[in-house]
Design a protein around this ligand. Structure first.
Ligand SMILES: Cc1ncc(COP(=O)(O)O)c(C=O)c1O
Length: 323
């Protein structure tokens, strides 16, 4: 695949649909009041493996299996959720799997990866160490790398969320999506803009990513080597958007970005636990934080219906980010 199209997303949907959950959409009249518009939460925290990552990982692995070049299995690097998803999907496909995670990855995510039968390998806590360790394991084992976002099959798999969501709520005006490497938002934007060309897709980032600045300048302004952001949202701590995802994000995503602090994320997680009765992790808390932020109230009043991706629920309930 040399680019990702809506047809690729539809093909991905066909490939994975019998193995994933069609996640429910939740609403709350108190949230609608705060946001000043109708809000529809797509609960990917209830997806297989506890995050949307099951979609992209499974699509990439089933596509690889179709090529007949997968006998050595697959390897990936991840902050946890993609690792769990690749471990789950490779078990489903009957392939061996190695997962590299930074040593400070939460125990709940490490245990889940091992629980799906993958070989868990720890690395230093930096994007460079993750990639280098993954490349080394791939070379030694012959396993095929399934990157967390910079792979078109992964992006197409994540895009299946938009296909589902716009069937569940066809008249959405906007979708709000947490961003890290950008696979989730690229897939969603690719599909959503095709289904509904006027829909607006907004990114939510932790403080320090500075995506809005990059989008407005049309340039990758991030410092190298790549670093992780200092945030409680462990699923979205990669500062730089990927190389394949960047052009998609630049062309399809709104320049206006929601930037949220750890304090806002904590408050939003508590809000989701209490009001929606949904266990969400901090990355999804970022999306909830955007919904209840001042910026949301000030958004174009023409945006009457907003979809929000509650991207994951893999939170360590014995170590919640508040006392
Ligand atoms: C829960 C959760 N939400 C959002 C993201 C962001 O996805 P992407 O890297 O495709 O932007 C991730 C990535 O790991 C995640 O785990």
């Amino acid at each position: 695949m040399s680019r990702v199209s809506f047809e690729d997303v539809l093909k991905a949907h066909e490939r994975i649909v019998s193995h994933i959950h069609k996640t429910p959409v939740f609403t709350s009249s108190s949230v609608d009041k705060i946001a000043g518009r109708k809000v529809y939460f797509k609960a990917e925290c209830l997806q297989k493996t506890g995050s949307f990552k099951a979609r992209g990982a499974l699509n990439a692995i089933l596509a690889l299996k179709d090529t007949g070049n997968s006998s050595a299995g697959v390897v990936t690097h991840s902050s946890g959720n993609h690792g769990q998803a690749v471990a789950w999907a490779s078990r489903l496909a009957g392939l061996p799997c190695s997962v590299i995670v930074p040593q400070d990855t939460t125990a709940v995510k490490q245990d889940a990866i091992k629980g799906y039968g993958a070989n868990l390998i720890l690395c230093e806590s930096s994007p460079t160490s993750r990639v280098e360790t993954c490349n080394k394991v791939a070379k030694e084992t012959g396993q095929v790398i399934i990157p967390p976002y910079d792979k078109y099959e992964v992006i197409a798999g994540q895009g299946t969320i938009a296909v589902e969501l716009l069937t569940q709520v066809p008249d959405l005006d906007a979708i709000i999506v947490p961003i890290s490497g950008g696979g989730l938002i690229s897939g969603i934007a690719t599909a959503a803009k095709e289904i509904k060309p006027n829909i607006r897709v907004y990114a939510v980032e932790p403080v320090g990513k500075d995506l809005e600045h990059c989008l407005r300048e049309g340039k990758r302004l991030w410092p190298n080597p790549p670093t992780f952001l200092d945030t409680i949202a462990d699923g979205i701590k990669t500062q730089q958007v990927g190389q394949l995802t960047w052009p998609i994000v630049l062309s399809l995503v709104e320049k206006d970005v929601f930037t949220v602090s750890d304090e806002q994320i904590k408050d939003a997680m508590k809000f989701a636990f209490q009001r929606l009765k949904l266990v969400i992790e901090a990355a999804a808390g970022a999306a909830m934080a955007a919904v209840i932020s001042q910026k949301m109230k000030q958004l174009d009043p023409a945006i009457a219906k907003v979809g929000v991706i509650l991207c994951g629920g893999n939170v360590d309930i014995c170590n919640l980010p508040w006392k």
